[in-house]
Design a protein around this ligand. Structure first.
Ligand SMILES: [Zn+2]
Ligand SMILES: [Zn+2]
Length: 331
């Protein structure tokens, strides 16, 4: 496959688009690996919302890896690593993939943007452009047939996990991310989103090996930190993130009468570092904070304020006072 054919310009914007020749199996594998929509060519006769079983393999593998805990056992060090990686990556998803890349709720430098984009890929949720493109589609068409993941128009499981395993969700929706398409380094990262994830797996293993030889009293091992820090932590991170698409459009309170079914849910807000204030967020998606009042705990917003004091992010967009007052009155 000549490199020119893998240029970002060759990404197709529409799953209906087809080429004259059906790619070979080898080409299809390369397209699959680098998230090129031409990967779908061989299955173009299937309905857009049919499940793509090949995409299911890495996703299932991460889940199955959790069962290895039976053999590797438990240590406080491994659990602490899993928790740390859960919290750190949840912050990258909520503060950066969601509030920064999808909603542009604050500003940052080009180099810091690339750094958080690479680190964000370790969450195993594809690159920031793919993530933002589907999320913007969600906000434009929330809880209608055009929403990629609504528990109102489809089943709970579709909105929770199945939606991104469909053919329809494989390509980036370029129409929604014309601004991000201009960032060449991010477009390249979209093809290599799996590299930081793999690197995290290796890092987890080598941390455990190093601790085992240097601090044997911590009673851990490379295999144990791999299972806890990578497989268990990533699986927990997956399902906590997905609850915002599934549960937060079904269970909780509606402070604002938005045209969708979004809900505010305290438990989900704790689990996702602030994303559970989802009805607030649908009322005003452009704000850097989703907990609108002091009693609505939004740890991602607190984290962003810390980063702001270090000058790494700036211009955190506030919630207009009119909306805050209206919300107070509704309470
Ligand atoms: Zn939503
Ligand atoms: Zn959003």
């Amino acid at each position: 496959m000549p490199y020119e054919q893998l240029r970002p310009d060759n990404f197709v914007t529409d799953t209906e688009e087809t080429s004259e020749d059906t790619p070979s199996r080898w080409q299809t594998f390369v397209f699959w690996l680098v998230n090129d929509a031409r990967y779908l060519e061989r299955t173009r006769f299937r309905p857009p919302r049919s499940l793509d079983l090949w995409r299911l393999i890495p996703f299932l593998a991460i889940h199955l890896g959790c069962f290895a805990v039976i053999w590797v056992g438990f240590s406080w060090f491994a659990v602490a690593l899993a928790l740390l990686l859960y919290l750190g990556r949840m912050f990258l998803i909520t503060a950066f993939y969601h509030r920064f890349f999808a909603h542009r709720a604050f500003e940052s430098s080009r180099s810091f943007r690339l750094l958080v984009a690479i680190l964000g890929c370790t969450a195993g949720q594809r690159g920031p452009i793919w993530w933002a493109s589907h999320h913007r589609q969600h906000h434009l068409h929330s809880d209608t047939e055009l929403d990629p993941h609504s528990p109102q128009t489809d089943t709970f499981w579709f909105s929770h996990v199945l939606w991104f395993l469909t053919r329809d969700a494989f390509p980036i929706r370029w129409k929604q991310v014309k601004d991000l398409k201009k960032c060449r380094e991010l477009v390249v990262l979209e093809r290599l989103d799996w590299v930081p994830l793999m690197a995290l797996g290796l890092l987890c293993f080598f941390i455990g090996e190093w601790v085992q030889s240097s601090y044997p009293s911590l009673e851990t091992s490379g295999w144990q930190t791999l299972v806890w820090g990578f497989f268990i932590s990533t699986t927990a991170l997956y399902h906590a993130t997905y609850t915002i698409n599934s549960l937060a459009h079904r269970y909780g309170r509606r402070r604002f009468d938005t045209p969708d079914h979004s809900r505010n849910n305290f438990l989900l807000a704790l689990l996702t570092l602030g994303e559970g204030w989802h009805n607030n967020h649908h009322r005003y998606p452009g704000a850097a904070r989703q907990g609108f009042y002091w009693w609505e705990v939004d740890l991602s917003y607190m984290g962003l304020r810390v980063l702001k004091t270090f000058g790494l992010v700036w211009n955190l967009r506030p919630v207009p006072s009119k909306i805050l007052e209206a919300g107070r009155a509704r309470r």
